[in-house]
Design a protein around this ligand. Structure first.
Ligand SMILES: [Fe+2]
Length: 558
């Protein structure tokens, strides 16, 4: 019989991680799938304090990235804190020096009044794109990490694109442009699409496009009436869709030090919730009235055959106050409104928005099959609570199938983290594969990585970690490349990279670079393939077959 939720147990899971380790993991149960090969990266707060000064909000803890390398027969594990400038400075000073999203520095107004020294926590997610592994935090720049050792290489500004050049006041308030922790990979183009919300003389939503080779195009800006708290978005073929709730940051209260950013959130005067549709082709944004509520996360979204937009969101009736969150971290028995999976259907022509609850099961941290992001889809997975539950401690994993079935697995008294779906193979049907979830084991004060069968959430194997990992946020799966394909010429191959995730495609400028990549193909298991594909041919090429076929391949003479 599952044990009741315990605040004390949950709080113990947030204790500081004191060791950075590099070790092989023990398979304690089941058998490793031989075909599960690649690297899982996860991010989350590794400490909820700075030398004894507690953070007041779970979003503030210093980012610690974990890395699990699956070879088919072994799993190698490593964890490392992100060495942000702020983390290093506080480690040297042995005290809290910076304000955070939900925590002011000790000392009251004397130390917080007009104090613009905010910490980049680098703690929310991690993404690998364009040969860069980046730790993400929505309030500022990403941090570039070594993909193998997790060493921090520094703040990453995409060749200066993330330096704020909007205005002098804008630069003073926010010298770095924010890059959210929920970028989306466009599976058609291989581009990484992301956004940020920027305070300034005019509050703005910043839109980013990063090409498959990692080069960011010039950001575009959409004025916002108020600085809404926007954490995630939906990418469809034609739109980026944002839910703007009726709460916004009170910037002056934050800057004056009276409040933290999250503590300053308040109802936007005279405003209701709205949906903002930003056309991806640069057209005029469309704002639609929306039902009330607050959304941290979307499971997915798409455009149907009628041209309607379908959004599946984890909806809160209202955003829990900073005080409620603080009380939870202080161990008080607080009722938090549940996040309920909800479908929004938008007709952008009439225009109209409808809202339907998908299930009574509270759920959050949803993931979907990455090959179906922004497309009609069937499955999502999430952490989940019991129907009617009002505590924030979700101890189940949910598999929701839009064809009418819900499967849950209860881990109580333990706490599972975001269940990340991994397809069984690049060609496998949607939803066939595994979900990976890091589970905090209460009795042992330790974490296990579970590999579950995605369909029924049965344990495939369980790997024991040598220490606990505090509840984190998001991660990413990077499948092993099975072949290297060097592409050069025009804009060849932009459609290839995402659709063949197990083929590593390098975009190179000339034959010398191709030959060099060929020599340095690090795994040595397979010959590199070389292709010169003019852009008008790229859609007709079966890239996977191309990589698996002969040792050299050309569609045209260089
Ligand atoms: Fe998130």
């Amino acid at each position: 019989m599952p044990q009741p939720t315990s605040y004390a147990d949950y709080l113990r899971s947030t204790e500081t991680v004191t060791h950075e380790v590099s070790t092989s993991l023990v398979v304690a149960e089941g058998t490793l799938p031989e075909t599960l090969r690649g690297v899982l990266y996860r991010n989350g707060p590794g400490q909820m304090e700075v030398f004894g000064t507690k953070y007041d909000h779970p979003f503030d803890g210093d980012g610690m990235v974990t890395r699990f390398a699956f070879t088919g027969t072994t799993v190698h594990y490593r964890n490392r804190f992100v060495r942000t400038d702020e983390y290093l400075a506080e480690t040297r000073a042995r005290r809290m020096l910076y304000r955070s999203f939900g925590t002011n520095v000790p000392g009251g107004l004397r130390r917080n009044f007009l104090n613009l020294r905010f910490k980049n926590a680098a703690n929310t997610s991690v993404v690998r794109h364009g040969d860069k592994l980046l730790a993400l935090w929505e309030g500022g720049l990403p941090h570039w990490l070594d993909a193998e050792t997790l060493e921090t290489r520094g703040r990453y500004d995409y060749q200066g694109r993330l330096r704020n050049q909007t205005s002098l006041i804008g630069r003073m308030l926010s010298p770095e442009l924010p890059f959210s922790a929920h970028p989306k990979l466009d599976i058609e183009t291989g581009e990484l699409i992301n956004f940020g919300t920027l305070m300034g003389p005019t509050n703005q939503l910043v839109s980013y496009r990063v090409q498959p080779d990692g080069v960011m195009l010039a950001p575009t800006f959409t004025p916002l009436r108020a600085l809404s708290f926007v954490h995630d978005f939906v990418l469809t073929p034609h739109y980026c869709v944002y839910f703007l709730s009726a709460v916004s940051f009170r910037i002056l209260a934050t800057l004056a030090g009276f409040s933290t950013p999250v503590g300053s959130l308040a109802a936007t005067a005279g405003a209701a919730a709205s949906l903002l549709l930003v056309p991806r082709n640069g057209g005029i944004p469309i704002a639609l009235p929306a039902p009330s509520g607050f959304i941290f996360h979307f499971a997915n979204g798409y455009e149907d055959e009628r041209g309607h937009l379908i959004l599946d969101a984890m909806r809160l009736e209202t955003l829990p106050s900073a005080q409620m969150v603080h009380d939870v971290l202080a161990g008080q028995d607080v009722s938090i409104p549940p996040t309920l999976p909800t479908r929004y259907v938008i007709n952008p022509v009439t225009p109209s928005v409808s809202q339907t609850r998908l299930t009574a099961c509270p759920a959050d941290l949803p993931t979907t099959d990455p090959r179906y992001v922004g497309r009609p889809y069937r499955h999502f997975w999430s952490i989940a609570g019991r129907p009617g539950q009002t505590t924030p401690f979700y101890q189940r994993i949910l598999h929701f199938d839009h064809r009418g079935t819900e499967t849950t697995r209860d881990f109580a008294p333990d706490f599972p983290g975001e269940p990340l779906f991994v397809p069984a193979s690049p060609e496998a049907p949607e939803g066939e594969g595994w979900v990976l979830s890091l589970v905090y084991r209460v009795a042992d004060h330790r974490s296990d990585l579970y590999v579950l069968r995605a369909s029924d959430l049965a344990t495939v194997c369980r790997l024991e970690l040598p220490h606990h990992v505090p509840p984190g946020f998001h991660g990413t799966w990077c499948p092993d490349a099975v072949a290297l394909l060097c592409v050069y010429g025009t804009s060849a191959g932009v459609r290839a990279k995402a659709s063949v995730p197990q083929v590593e495609i390098r975009f190179l400028k000339n034959l010398d670079a191709v030959a060099d990549a060929h020599r340095r193909w690090e795994h040595g298991r397979l010959e590199a393939k070389i292709a010169r594909v003019p852009s008008h041919d790229s859609e007709s090429v079966d890239w996977h077959k191309l990589a698996q076929a002969g040792t050299r391949y050309r569609t045209a003479t260089p």
